[in-house]
Design a protein around this ligand. Structure first.
Ligand code: PEP
Length: 245
């Protein structure tokens, strides 16, 4: 049985005062809750989570492949773990677009996450052009082969399917489309890593998940939760999404 996961990506949003939002989140017995704040809020968020009982897991939004070194502005997986993180988002489309991250970069970062004991939330998804050209499944297969290093397992990896055209746009694929892609991802996991990983790995949907559409998306086959951007910033919205899981 796969445990559901409600993951929030705060992106480059949130000052210290935003941590008070954690107080408004519901206790969730049926799912894990993960929040990935900017690096400046990692340690304070961990402290806040512990003060609230520790149910909210905390993750980074990226890491470098190396453990130390001359990489100004970057952060190592070991540093995220040292700050109390348990997860790290990797290969988000904004990093792929803004920083030119390739599948090979994401695979190297996944290995770094594993080295540091973090669970990698590996993001994959097609662009609007690829979607309109009917290339979605080919793109997903290529990204999975390139971004998931050998040794990836259900214990160290979560997949987030995020159509790039659905992120922050209010557009969402149909539930049939989501089910098709998630089923395809599970089949590809079986091909690449075996049936055990395919059966046990959590596959999140991400892209304009809101309180109003969460229940329908979560009822879709092979959806094990969500990676939520904008709607994770406010407890009322993220709480409603958590409750819908
Ligand atoms: C995201 O950036 O991962 C995301 C899904 O954003 P939003 O929920 O705002 O579309």
């Amino acid at each position: 049985m796969r445990r559901k996961l409600a993951a929030g990506n705060w992106k480059m949003n949130g000052l210290d005062a935003a941590l008070s939002e954690l107080e408004g989140l519901p206790a969730a017995e049926n799912c894990d809750i993960l929040l990935c704040p900017p690096a400046t809020l990692l340690a304070p968020m961990v402290t806040k989570s512990v003060a609230l009982g520790g149910a909210i897991k905390v993750g980074g939004q990226d890491c470098h492949a190396n453990a130390t070194g001359a990489h100004t502005g970057d952060i190592a997986a070991e540093m995220l773990a040292d700050a109390g993180a348990g997860y790290v988002i990797l290969g988000h489309s904004e990093r792929r677009a803004d920083h030119g991250e390739t599948d090979a970069d994401v695979a190297a970062k996944s290995l770094a996450a594993r080295r540091a004991g973090l669970i990698a939330v590996v993001c994959i998804g097609e662009t609007e052009v690829q979607y309109k050209a009917g290339e979605t499944l080919d793109v997903i297969r290529t990204q999975m082969h390139g971004s998931l290093p050998p040794g990836s397992s259900l214990a160290n990896t979560v997949i987030a399917y995020e159509p790039v055209w659905a992120i922050g746009t209010g557009l969402v694929p149909t539930t049939e489309e989501i089910a098709q892609v998630h089923g395809f991802i599970r089949d590809e996991l079986a091909t690449q890593f075996g049936q055990g990983m395919a059966n046990g790995t959590r596959i999140l949907y991400g892209g304009s998940v809101k309180p109003g559409n969460a229940a329908e998306i979560f009822a879709t086959a092979d959806v094990d939760g969500a990676l939520v951007g904008g709607a994770s910033l406010k407890a009322a919205d993220f709480g409603a999404i958590i409750t819908a899981l």
